[in-house]
Design a protein around this ligand. Structure first.
Ligand SMILES: Nc1nc2c(c(=O)[nH]1)N[C@H]1C(S)=C(S)[C@@H](COP(=O)(O)O)O[C@H]1N2
Ligand SMILES: [Mo]
Length: 154
């Protein structure tokens, strides 16, 4: 267990926006169960391996405000995905590639959207999660690089 509890340098996911409890998520928050139970993601999304937690547990923790319609997942490379709050019920946050081992690809966490409209929604290296009120409340999930290319070009 001790190796699991070692601090993980540079692990920081800033969760903010239209929520009651903003938080800077650390590796220890995942390890210690603050984000709920750990799931082997492979049986759920077979192209992925490792341990994840349910986004629904994050929602329980931060408590989105009634105004919130969408959640924006920002990656360290300027990639981002915007999903309706209601699309996140089955989504996962992958944080270990195997038991006790943080992600090498996608560090610190990777969003996994089982049965999502696109593979492209599986955002690697999520460093910021922003809860927003979308100008179009019915807008479906979108993704792409900020102001660089449109989603259709990916
Ligand atoms: N941070 C980040 N996440 C990303 C991307 C990206 O460019 N940057 N590309 C997306 C797209 S378009 C696809 S198809 C998948 C590719 O996942 P893979 O690298 O595991 O094959 O990652 C998604 N997540
Ligand atoms: Mo993609």
């Amino acid at each position: 267990m001790t190796e699991n509890q070692a601090p993980e340098p540079n692990f920081n996911v800033n969760v903010h926006g239209l929520i009651n409890h903003p938080i800077n998520l650390q590796y220890s928050d995942f390890i210690e169960g603050k984000l709920g139970e750990h799931l082997d993601v492979h049986p759920i999304v077979e192209q992925f391996h490792g341990n994840g937690t349910c986004v629904s547990a994050l929602l329980d923790l931060v408590k989105p405000l009634p105004d919130c319609t969408h959640v924006v997942f920002h990656a360290s490379d300027e990639f981002q995905a915007t999903l309706p709050l209601g699309d996140l019920q089955d989504a996962l946050l992958l944080f270990q590639q195997e038991e006790g081992i943080p992600l090498k690809k996608g560090f610190p966490v990777r969003l996994l959207v089982p049965n999502g409209s696109s593979e492209c929604l599986n955002v690697k290296s999520v460093v910021e999660i922003d809860f927003v009120k979308h100008p179009l409340p019915e807008e479906e999930a979108t993704f792409g690089f900020k102001n660089i290319v449109s989603a259709e070009q990916l």
